[in-house]
Design a protein around this ligand. Structure first.
Ligand code: HSE
Length: 409
């Protein structure tokens, strides 16, 4: 029998406890051992549960119990979670977590401790909720050099954008609905400003390219600036607007990593990923494009990935697994302005004829749409180095630039 402790009994933590409790037989068959939840750490009281006797408010009980071999961290945040996870790893316990903030901020340090102590630090649930993506990248795709990872990594913003696209709902109304349905937090900043997607692209880039990428190295833009007007122009360009996390390997060994709302061509599979679903496209030099799709958030999808890690840990208690990357350098993440992209450019003009003449000479090959009242032009450029495109945009004199967004074919 293997004793496990769960730190945190919130949405995901209660899901983990319920799965381990309700499906103990099939889990034991898969782990080849009985998995016993010995403690659940939470400051709140939970009366009347079948496992109410497991609760403790004292972390040291878990830390100092040598029988606890696997600890699940589902508290969230980076303060107590960091101290407790580090202490558990140093004490020789394996840790499974869904905490993307922790992994994005402290992943390489914690992975080093796990390596030194010959224990596992697993975090499949930290990216894409219930979607298996980290393990396939770390195991099944290892014959490849990963060259790019692009994904829809946040369910809340994808839900909001889906409502704006398919029901013409305003951003504010869609956000309110997301909050009513329990997708978005009362304070939705981390989702709508892109911080959650940023943490996830940090983890994907770190794993995919082998060096830690920190959130402050990722240029991050959320969806608060997206209006129904943009949604309409995107539609006219046969595209939809999605919040995209993207990381790419450059020829000079550096990488780019970004989070931004982008026009995604309807020909791209990511364009069909709607509601709270997530999808992650991984590009390998041998395999080509591989797509991972599913529920990126929610109690049981996320808990399913955590319990998968617990079973994996239980099966490999005396053998470290595969996850590792080294710390990155300060200048490891290059400015994506020197990478290729397409841009959507919305301009205002009071001289349409001159503006069009200028747009046609400045952006050769670009498509454009004129608003009904002739006051705006939406442009979709050809693919080029972003720096060149920005120079072209800055040279416009017959119109005023209202907004630019990235575009993905
Ligand atoms: N708030 C996140 C989302 C939860 O909406 O995707 C899962 O990380």
């Amino acid at each position: 029998m293997i004793d496990v402790a769960i730190m945190g009994h919130g949405v995901v933590g209660s899901g983990v406890a319920e799965i381990l409790h309700n499906h103990s037989k099939r889990i034991a068959e898969k782990a080849k051992e009985n998995i016993n939840v010995k403690y659940i750490l939470d400051l709140r009281d939970f009366e009347g549960l079948e496992y109410s006797d497991k609760f403790t408010k004292d972390f040291s009980v878990i830390l100092n119990d040598p029988d606890v071999k696997i600890v699940v961290e589902v508290m969230g945040g980076c303060t107590f979670a960091y101290d407790y996870v580090k202490a558990c790893l140093l004490a020789g316990k394996s840790v499974c977590t869904s905490n993307k903030e922790l992994v994005a901020a402290k992943g390489s340090e914690l992975l080093d401790i796990a390596l030194e102590k010959n224990v596992n630090f697993l975090f499949e649930a930290s990216v894409g909720g219930g979607i298996p993506v980290l393990r396939p990248m770390a195991q099944c795709l290892t014959a490849n050099e990963i060259t790019e990872v692009t994904g829809i990594l946040n369910g809340t913003t994808n839900f909001i954008l889906t409502k704006m696209i398919s029901e013409n709902m305003s951003f504010d109304d869609a956000l309110k609905l997301a909050q009513e349905l329990g997708y978005a937090e009362k304070d939705p900043t981390a989702d709508v400003e892109g911080h959650d997607a940023c943490r996830k692209i940090c983890i994907l880039a770190s794993l995919g390219f082998g060096k830690h990428v920190y959130p402050n190295q990722v240029k991050t833009e959320g969806i608060t600036n997206i209006s129904l007007v943009d949604v309409e122009y995107a539609d006219a360009f046969d595209s939809v607007i999605k919040l995209i996390g993207r990381t790419r390997k450059l020829d000079n060994g550096k990488i780019t990593a970004n989070v931004y709302p982008a026009l995604v061509s309807r020909k791209n599979m990511l364009a069909g990923v709607n509601d709270v679903f997530n999808a992650i496209m991984v590009r390998g030099d041998e395999v080509g494009d591989v797509m991972f799709y599913g529920r990126g958030a929610g109690k049981f999808p996320t808990a399913s990935a955590v319990v998968g890690d617990v079973i994996d840990c239980a099966k490999h208690l005396s053998a470290r697994k595969y996850l590792h990357w080294i710390d990155g350098e300060k200048d490891y993440v290059a400015d994506s302005i020197d990478d290729i992209t397409r841009l959507y450019v919305l301009v205002k003009t009071d001289n349409l004829a001159e503006a069009i003449k200028e747009i046609e000479t400045t952006f050769s090959g670009a498509s454009y749409i004129v608003s009904k009242d002739n006051s705006e032009v939406a442009i979709l450029t050809e693919t080029d180095i972003e720096r060149n495109l920005r120079e072209q945009i800055n040279s416009l004199s017959c119109s005023e630039v209202v907004k630019t967004l990235h575009a993905i074919d």
